[in-house]
Design a binder for this molecule. Sequence first.
Ligand code: AMP
Ligand code: MG
Length: 417
Amino acid sequence: MKETIKNSCINEFDPNALEEVQAINKILKTIQSIKSSEKVNLKDALHRTISKTVRATINVPSFRNSAMDGYALNINDLKSNKYQLSEIGVSLAGRPFESSLKAGQTVRVMTGALIPKNADAVIMKEMVSKQGLNVCFPKNLKKNQNIRFIGEDIKKGEAVFKRGDELNFSGLSILSSLGINKIDVICKPKISYFSSGDELVNTGRKLLQGQIYDSNRYLLHGLLKDLPVTFSDLGIVKDKKANLIKKLQQAALTSNIIITTGGVSVGDADYIKDALEEVGSVGFWKIAIKPGRPLAFGKINDSYFFGLPGNPVSAAVTFQLFVVPAIFKLLSQKQRRGVIIKAITKNKLKKKLGRTEYKRAVISIINDKIYVETTGLQGSNIMMSMLKANCYIRLSANVSEIKEGDTVEVMPFDTKL
Ligand code: AMP
Ligand code: MG
């Protein structure tokens, strides 16, 4: 890319800006995963990360049981008894019928109930006819039909989870089915964040001329709340290097990750990079993406630092692209590249060469075809186009114009059903 795109006023090529993938790789290489773990109650473990291998100490199911309400029988027994067997008892879930079947016998079984030892099939209740305790079976039965086998879901000794696996609702179900009620998980990353800017005012106050409400701390609250982390909001810091340094040093005492927004570009009041240089080290501070070119990444003692841009859309995009993978790395989780789908653009799209661009858009499906349409103004201050969006259109650095009807790459945000 750098060979083909030359720096000029009409494109956005910046030789000092890292490409997105290089930046992510640098972040992942720098970050050391958290070593400490803790034991928590299973119900508190939702979305937490497993810290060591969990092996099943029992089989699930641990006994042969019925998949249906019906009758358990021995198939070999049918022909000699003219497909008629006599019901000698009932096996309920939790109230098993424990004797064996003898020739000519069947046992009524409910879903989840123990199956008598020498039975080798269960036939659905709806498929038999009955006269008193005499049960008449159809002819075409298959061995093992409707029987759930020992260990068919989970085998004793099997590793069901390994370090770095995140627990979701299925995980909670599986662990509890193994009788586990406490689980070792990796300690939650501690995140601290603050906003920087002389113009920023807390909500609930009156705005003076030139001031704006600080919305980035709410944005970060919303983004962090969905992640398995603890976080603290350190408020607003003025555009003064000394104040920034003090706050960064204070945050570094207790945080795995420090996030700031604003003050990271090259304006007269942008001191974040200078402050970071003074208290720690700068890994990089410019990335070839839009929105979000200025993004400082570095270290302050044992804390990792992300100086996100001040514009809310840029802060959101850079959080999703760079901070989220950092959090997963801290948690030893595997990196997941969000689903990327191809969609037909309903708009003509324009951009300058030199930066990968993320446009806010919505997906729609018409006659089985996936379409995508931008949600309005694309400035990095325009949060309304983010609010209406359910995906990003991702355009590579070397693309400048896309026609209506062309196919583009789309990254959906929300994967909930
Ligand atoms: P900066 O990165 O400090 O140059 O800020 C870029 C733009 O983002 C400016 O228009 C700022 O006023 C705005 N901005 C910075 N911080 C915030 C914030 N916490 N909430 C809302 N807008 C902000
Ligand atoms: Mg500022």
